[in-house]
Design a protein around this ligand. Structure first.
Ligand code: KG4
Length: 344
């Protein structure tokens, strides 16, 4: 559906523990509200039932604020796009039900968006406050989040092909689970990143997976890390406290080397030199440095999104909804969320 009029999309994201709503006018972001859930802090991880209850409390105020901040009226919204999955089913149900109700009440189209597709298309959000150049097609996207680690060829906004992915844990899970072993609070990724800054990355050596092709694996690293910590603590009960920065730096360095080796292989095999990164782990400062270094050395055009569009947000759902709107890809009201699914 090609059209000259402005298309205004309300985006809804509720796949895990962030309730987010955004308004986009064509590809220009007008508002992007995110409400986190502190209720999980006491449990060392996201508790699905608590997450869905918190989404129910947050969704209306968050949508209301997004519409107000965008300076539009509800009647101007052309369509509502929502994250259908992957994610926590109870959480997704809240966003899906809200989107259906809104679309029905306003008699506007409903657009289902794959959460992972949203992470990739975050690169196409135009933000008046941030100068950001979108990648040219085709490009390779390293998608690294709490639930996924994938290498994707992006040929067009709606044409994506996964050429490598984790066969077990995701990179974010490796950060979070190893952080838990060290007694750090959830989510551990940002804390490991912070502590790693003052540590020696060569202090400890962790084994790297030997997986063929472009796939990843992080479960072996998690297990070897667990045994490493257990054995060292047996020798010295204060081992973690005394060596925290070095442990974090060495662990982070291992995860980054694993991620980078397959990305470099993918770039060589496909001949694609425009590279993008997406997902929560792309906030990692060590990974960003490694990407920039590789880009300089290998003459890649590197695209790293601003921090606020790397973690879960509805702006990425709204931009994906916009491109699906242009192609007339609408969902029926019998659409249901899914907890597990590939990108396309
Ligand atoms: O994309 P995201 O917000 O949610 C998912 O869709 O999974 O990613 C969350 C993940 C968590 O595992 C978190 O620990 C990780 O991203 N993360 C980081 C950093 N910031 C967030 N990992 C390493 N370094 C960071 N700075």
């Amino acid at each position: 559906m090609e059209t000259n009029k402005n298309i205004i999309i309300l985006g809804i994201e509720s796949s895990c523990d962030d309730t987010s709503a955004a308004i986009i006018c064509n590809d220009l972001i007008l508002s992007n509200e995110v409400s986190g859930q502190s209720v999980h802090e006491a449990y060392g991880g996201v508790v699905p039932e608590l997450a869905s209850r918190a989404h129910q409390q947050n969704i209306i105020p968050v949508v209301d604020l997004a519409i107000k901040k965008a300076g539009i009226s509800m009647d101007e919204i052309s369509a509502v796009a929502f994250a259908r999955g992957p994610g926590l089913l109870g959480s997704l149900l809240v966003g899906t039900s809200f989107a259906k109700g809104f679309a029905l009440a306003k008699q506007i189209p409903l657009i289902e968006v794959n959460h992972l597709h949203g992470h990739v298309l975050a690169h196409f959000i135009k933000d008046p406050n941030i100068e950001l150049k979108s990648p040219e097609f085709p490009f390779l996207c390293l998608l690294v989040s709490g639930g996924n680690s994938q290498i994707i060829i992006v040929r067009d906004h709606l044409e994506l092909e996964v050429i490598g992915q984790t066969i077990d844990d995701a990179a974010g899970e490796a950060f979070d689970k190893c952080a838990k072993v060290m007694g750090l609070p959830y989510p551990g990724g940002p804390l490991i990143d912070k502590l790693a800054k003052t540590g020696n990355a060569s202090a400890y050596l962790f084994s790297k997976p030997k997986i063929p092709g472009l796939d990843y694996s992080f479960s072996g690293l998690k297990t070897s890390f667990l045994y490493f910590i257990r054995d060292r603590i047996a020798e010295n009960p204060h081992f973690i406290e005394e060596n925290k920065a070095d442990i974090c730096a060495s662990l982070q360095d291992t995860i980054i080397k694993v991620l980078m080796s397959k990305l470099i292989k993918a770039a060589k095999e496909t001949g694609i030199r425009t590279i993008a990164v997406a997902g929560g782990v792309s906030a990692n400062s060590g990974l960003r440095e490694a990407l920039i270094e590789a880009a300089t050395l290998r003459h890649w055009k590197m695209h790293i999104p601003p921090f606020k569009y790397t973690t879960d947000n509805a702006a990425m759902i709204a931009i994906t909804g916009y491109y699906k709107y242009l192609k007339g890809e609408f969902a029926g009201h019998n659409v249901v969320p899914y907890s597990r699914v590939s990108i396309r």
